[in-house]
Write a protein that binds this ligand. Sequence first.
Ligand SMILES: O=C([O-])C(=O)C[C@H](O)[C@@H](O)C(=O)[O-]
Ligand SMILES: [Mg+2]
Length: 441
Amino acid sequence: MLPTVTRMTVIPVAGYDSFLLNLSGGHAPWFIRCVVILEDNAGHRGAGEIPCSEGILKGLEQCKSLVVGTSVAALKGTLGRVHQRLATNGREERGRQTFDLRVAVHVITAIESALFDLMGQAVELPVADLLGRYGRQRDEVEALGYLFLLGDPECTDLPYPRPSRPIDRWDEVRCREALTPEAVVELARAAHERYGFRDFKLKGGVLLPEREADCIRALHEAFPEARLTLDPNGAWSLEEAIRVLTPIRHMLSYAEDPCGQEQSWSGRETMAEFRRRTGLPTATNMIATDFKQLQYALQVGAVDIPLADCHFWTMQGAVAVGELCDEWGLTWGSHSNNHFDVSLAMMTHVAAACPGDITAIDTHWIWQDGQRITRAPLQIREGRIRVPDAPGLGIELDDAMLEQAHQLYLSLDVRQRNDAMAMQYLVDNWQFDPKRPALVR
Ligand SMILES: O=C([O-])C(=O)C[C@H](O)[C@@H](O)C(=O)[O-]
Ligand SMILES: [Mg+2]
């Protein structure tokens, strides 16, 4: 008989972050996440990590009684009931920010991850072996070097991390301004030295589009073999995206959300037009964020690479997208947000279970590396993450570090991600505009 869930604990946590710029503004010096821990009567603990907001914390409370007392073996039925309960809260929108503002799908994922972690420990198999139709497809997952333009922390009085005892170049460059092609290449070189990345993504939607294209030119010169992509989160108009990316088409392996909704055109329509007119493959985490949207995106020919982040597709949903991609000649990839090491493990198991030729996954981990809530975070070496062989997620929570991250959360009066706050140090009264790069004001 498999064990029964005896307790569900929800722990909001916070960690520190650099002044990363994006269309939504500038990251605050902290990020918030939510950790869900399930305990069972065999003495195991299972974990899940998701973004944090007041809505998400409420959603998790709403589901506790549906989870505690259930058999780990019945995890699919439990997730079905959680899904039904959350559906009574009504329809949700992803929103136009760079980050997802939904609740239900995140809540389900946290519970799903913790249940699969328990299940894996009960049957002594890694989560990757339990996901999808055929379980684990690879023993190592390729990750890309996720680069950001950086604001100058010295322009603020905010507690951004400073490199007090840098162990290498990466520790230094990730804490200071980076707004030029040279600075972006320096970031890439330092990240390459520490993590061995072979591919890079640059977050755009910050400078004039032509200046961001110059950053790609510089990256291509420094790393001619690397698969490169640029992601302005749909900030550019269709015509702008075509004008700016056509000359650097041969340097990009795909374009991520180069354009989006504009005038009477939907993001799926402009992306389809962009793809037809440039011949560049497109990736998205904005216009195909659930199965219905994915269906319409594919019907109009808008997307080659759905970035199915398990935090907003669920783990089983993200693998299902991977299986469709493999059958239908698309390429699976994963988006990310700032995260701790539980999420790193979740993303690794999910990517390991996706069949076929997947693209290197996004991870913000390099910006958080050095902070942790597990005893031994998975490592990125030679640009790859090894899938743990230990049962479940293959991680062990570190209670002292978890408590420290929880205390940081409690000490901050931050209950929702807000990138406008830090941005106002750079531009007076800065406000989010989904069609204007953050520093073009
Ligand atoms: O690929 C993406 O769109 C992201 O990673 C979204 C994130 O919100 C990113 O813009 C960030 O961390 O600022
Ligand atoms: Mg994106």
